[in-house]
Design a protein around this ligand. Structure first.
Ligand SMILES: NC(=O)c1ccc[n+]([C@@H]2O[C@H](COP(=O)([O-])OP(=O)(O)OC[C@H]3O[C@@H](n4cnc5c(N)ncnc54)[C@H](O)[C@@H]3O)[C@@H](O)[C@H]2O)c1
Length: 309
């Protein structure tokens, strides 16, 4: 790709979106946000930089096309989506946003030569896909939620947009992202515990077991690198990262905020496998320097304290 890069981040006001905008601004790369909302509190947690924002609905193809053309966009990091609880309340609208929005991004990229990185999810898989070790990158998923089915459809659409229209893309499947700004969705509970600890309050994390906890700024770096690496084909990767128990996360929170007690509901286990193999992603985009859990937890609590103080 010749000329300067200009990124559009859809879902820019969300947790991963805010950190993706922050990462691009820190790199000195031009970035424009696209989001339905107007509450920039997560962006303010992530960066002091001014991020231009286009307000629009990702299911509105004309609004998206206008934003891409007005800003001469070369790369899209597509994160705008509704998460499991919102979709459950309104499946038709959730489907229009999650599947319709992704089709709009891929279709708009077709005529404009845009490289796309988009968020799929570990929710493409369920417990029946857990064979004991880390789930392989190519394993077939059997989702048990509307959301997981949406993300599986998005992966299929990206594959067909490459096959028939040569739109290059990389899909990333995060598992449990945590960090400042992670306050929505089924798996926000570990970060909600950090927010409570920042206020000196006890908290009970809503699920237990073993999982992969992925620090939001690290996740954002992966999405940026993926958009740059999406020059050829339609590839999809597990995000990977270190496997932890939720109990370890609770102990890390207590260590970072002495005096608070963090309990874990070990009776509730998420309906996903415990661990996904992240090696193929690192082969594609290079080594990922994951922030150790204790450091990520401490940084999250410090950032949340500073923002409320
Ligand atoms: N956070 C995780 O652990 C996790 C795990 C797996 C996958 N993902 C995926 O990563 C992406 C980002 O997740 P997040 O945690 O930052 O979510 P989030 O809910 O914090 O942010 C989503 C953003 O999308 C925006 N949005 C919703 N509907 C829109 C629409 N119709 N048009 C434009 N914008 C719209 C919202 O306003 C919000 O700012 C999503 O696609 C999500 O499915 C996240």
């Amino acid at each position: 790709m010749s000329g300067p890069e200009r990124f559009l981040v859809t879902g820019a006001l969300g947790c991963i979106g805010a950190w993706t905008c922050a990462e691009l601004a820190a790199q000195g790369t031009e970035v424009v946000g696209f989001d339905l909302g107007d509450d920039d509190r997560r962006v303010r947690l992530a960066t002091d930089a001014e991020i231009p924002l286009v307000r629009g609905d990702i299911s509105d193809r004309d609004a998206l096309g206008k934003a891409l053309d007005e800003h001469g966009i070369t790369h899209v990091v597509h994160l705008a989506a509704l998460l499991i609880p919102s979709i459950k309340r309104d499946p038709p609208y959730g489907t229009a946003v999650n599947i319709g929005g992704t089709v709009n991004v891929l279709d708009a990229a077709k005529t404009r030569g845009i490289q796309v990185a988009y968020a799929s999810s570990a929710a493409v898989y369920s417990k029946v896909d857990d064979a004991g070790g880390p789930v392989s990158n190519d394993a077939e998923g059997h989702p048990v939620t509307f959301y997981g089915v949406h993300k599986q459809a998005c992966e299929g659409l990206a594959r067909i947009f490459w096959q028939e229209e040569q739109v290059p893309s990389i899909g990333i499947r995060p598992f449990i992202v945590y960090g400042p700004g992670r306050d929505a969705g089924l798996t926000a509970s570990p970060t909600l515990a950090m927010a409570a600890a920042a206020e000196g309050e006890d908290f009970r994390i809503a699920f237990g077991g073993r999982t992969q906890l992925q620090f939001a700024p690290d996740t954002a770096r992966v999405f940026v690198a993926a958009a740059r690496a999406a020059t050829d084909g339609a590839r999809t990767f597990h995000l990977g990262g270190p496997a932890e128990t939720i109990a370890d996360a609770a102990r890390a929170i207590e260590a970072a905020a002495p005096g608070v007690a963090i309990a874990v509901d070990e009776e509730t286990i998420l309906p996903f496998p415990d661990e996904f193999d992240g090696a193929p992603l690192e082969e594609a985009i290079g080594r990922i320097a994951w922030t150790p859990l204790a450091d990520g937890v401490r940084q999250t609590i410090e950032t949340l304290r500073a923002s409320s103080g």
